[in-house]
Structure formats: C-alpha cells, structure tokens
Design a binder for this molecule. Structure first.
Ligand code: B4P
Length: 183
C-alpha cells in the first residue's frame, strides 16, 4: 500500500475519521493540522491564543504557523505518513513540495473525499464542535471552494489524485480508500 498520503476534501467529508482509522491499521503517522491546532487552543499556549478566534470564524490559520507545525513533525520521521487537512491552499502545497524535496521524501497519493454540501452540513451540525454552527460551516465551505479546491487540479496535474465517494458508512468508505491505495 502507498505510505505517503494526503487526504483532501471539504470540511465534514470525513478526512479525520478515515485518516485516524487508516493510520492506526497501517502504522502511519497521522498528522491532522486541525487536531494539532485544537490541542494548542486547549493547552492555552501562545500559539493557541493566536489561532483560537481564526478557527472559530472558519478562516484558515496563517500558513507560516501551520507550516512550522508540519515541519517539526515530518523532519524526524522517515516512515509512512498521512497528512489530513494540510495543505489547505496553493501556498501551503508549494511549501510542502519544498519541504519534502529538502527531506528527500515525496507524496505517493492524494485522496480526495467527495460529498454533497447537504450531507456535509448535516454531519458537521451533528458533530457539534465549537466551530460547527451553520453560519461558520457555510463560511468554511466558501473558504474551501476558494482556497482549497484549486489543489484538486494541482494534484491531478501531478497524476497523484484519486477521488473517493465519501457517502456511505465509515466502513464502506474505508474499504474504498484502501482499494485506491493498493496499486
Ligand atoms: P479540520 O480539523 O481539518 O476539520 P474538518 O475539515 O472540519 O473535518 P473532517 O473532514 O476531518 O471531518 P470529520 O472526520 O471530523 O479543520 C478545522 C479548522 O482548523 C479549519 O476551519 C481551520 O481554521 C483550521 N485548519 C486546519 N488545518 C489548517 C491548515 N492546513 N491551514 C490553515 N488552517 C487550518 O467528520 C465530520 C463529522 O462527520 C464527524 O462528526 C464524524 O463522526 C462524521 N462522519 C464521518 N464519516 C461519516 C460517515 N461515513 N457517515 C456519517 N457521519 C460521518
């Protein structure tokens, strides 16, 4: 199976849910920028204070902060990894390419999880995280369309992209993902 992966998709598509399962079953490092940022907020660190309001509004945290977090985790990790929710815009994707070239590593596959807006909103509202009210969710979807969706073409051009239908049970989607990582 491919060992160096990105999960891409709109908020609520289930990136975190699927990434956690796949990383646990295949011994990959699971790097969720969302989880790492939330941990900083919870810990009340300086970084947490800087990002709290941005996350609550549904905007993206600054590229420099996110990149520093990713760099510190990948720098000393030579085995398989799964990046979940990063990169989130073209600047982050280009910075990741530079970082990986420096570390002599490369992305093997990008999995795009696709789901209708109706289902996304439904899932996020039932998750009930503090940034999951309808107004913020709609804004996050807008940010996704404007800033993150251009990455689909970027990774398609690099022949790394595979799309997976993210509607169905967690198990069904997990099987679809494993199937596209085999060859
Ligand atoms: P993230 O933490 O990345 O979260 P997400 O996109 O909202 O959700 P995800 O797709 O992982 O869905 P999940 O599995 O939880 O981002 C949060 C914020 O962090 C961003 O808005 C931004 O401010 C900041 N941030 C993160 N990364 C950044 C970056 N690189 N640069 C700048 N800012 C960044 O699933 C959603 C819900 O659906 C869950 O309740 C789950 O249980 C449920 N679910 C999952 N699969 C299901 C299924 N098959 N059926 C039914 N329910 C399902």
């Amino acid at each position: 199976m491919k060992q160096r992966l990105l999960f891409l998709g709109p908020p609520g598509a289930g990136k975190g849910t699927q990434a956690q399962r796949l990383a646990a079953s295949h011994g990959l490092l699971h790097l969720s920028t969302g989880d790492l940022l939330r941990a900083e907020v919870q810990a009340g660190s300086d970084l947490g204070h800087q990002v709290e309001a941005v996350m609550a509004s549904g905007e993206l945290v600054s590229d420099d902060l996110v990149l520093a977090i990713v760099r510190s985790r990948l720098e000393h990790h030579n085995q398989g990894w799964l990046l979940d929710g990063f990169p989130r815009n073209l600047a982050q994707a280009e910075a990741l390419d530079r970082l990986l070239a420096e570390l002599d590593q490369r992305i093997e596959r990008v999995v795009l999880l696709e789901l209708d807006d109706g289902l996304l909103i439904q899932r996020l509202l039932s998750r009930g995280r503090s940034d999951d009210n309808e107004q913020v969710i709609r804004h996050r979807l807008e940010v996704y369309r404007q800033q993150t969706a251009p990455l689909i073409a970027h990774y398609r051009d690099l022949a790394l992209l595979v799309s997976v239908d993210a509607a169905g049970s967690v198990e069904e989607i997990g099987e679809r993902i494993k199937a596209v990582l085999l060859d």
